[in-house]
Design a protein around this ligand. Sequence first.
Ligand code: GRF
Length: 202
Amino acid sequence: KRLVVLVSGSGTNLQALLDAIAAQGAEAYGAAVVAVGADRDSIAGLERAERVGLPTFVCKVKDYESREAWDAALTEAVAAYEPDLVVSAGFMKIVGKEFLARFGGRFVNTHPALLPSFPGAHGVRDALAHGVKVTGCTVHFVDDGVDTGPIIAQGVVEVRDEDDESALHERIKEVERKLLVEAVGRLARDGFRIEGRKVVIP
Ligand code: GRF
C-alpha cells in the first residue's frame, strides 16, 4: 500500500513510520511512504523525508487566494502520488470538502488526547488544564468535523502531578508513535471497513 504522510512540525510520528517500514520491509509492514507533504517550509518533518530521498511538497494557505483553492491544491498534490492511505502525522490544518471527497474514508489522523475529549489544536494543554488523571492519544479516520471521525485505536497515558504541557506531550508521543505505526500497518495489511462509527479490521 502507498502512504502519503502530511506533517507540520518535528515529524517524529513520520519518523516512527519510516523506521518501522525500514526495519520490517515494506512487504511485511504492508505499506511504504511514497511522499511527505507539509503546510509550511523548513520543518524537521520535511528534512526527515529528504534524508531518505522521499519526494516532498509544501502547500501553504497564504499562497492561495482562498481556503478552497488551497484545499484543491493540497488534494491535487497528494493525488499525484496515488496513495491508498493518507496519514496526518501532526498536520495542523483542517482539510476541506474537496480533500475529503477524494480521500475521505482513507485519511487517518493522530491526536494527542482520548477523543472525544479535548479535540482541536491544544488537546494536551486542555487535558492538563482540566485536571484529568489519564489522557492519551487517538488514531482515527478524518471526517468533516475536527477530530470527530471513527476511532481506529487509542492509547492511555497517566498524568503526573509535576507534568507541564511539554513533558506530558512527550510522554503521550512515546505511546502515539507506537499506536500510529501499529494502526497504519494493520489497516494496510488487513484492510478495513467503516460501519457508521465503527472501524472493522478483519
Ligand atoms: C503529535 O502529538 C500530533 O498528535 C499532534 O502534534 C504532534 C506532532 O508531533 N498534532 P510530530 O510532528 O509527529 O513530532
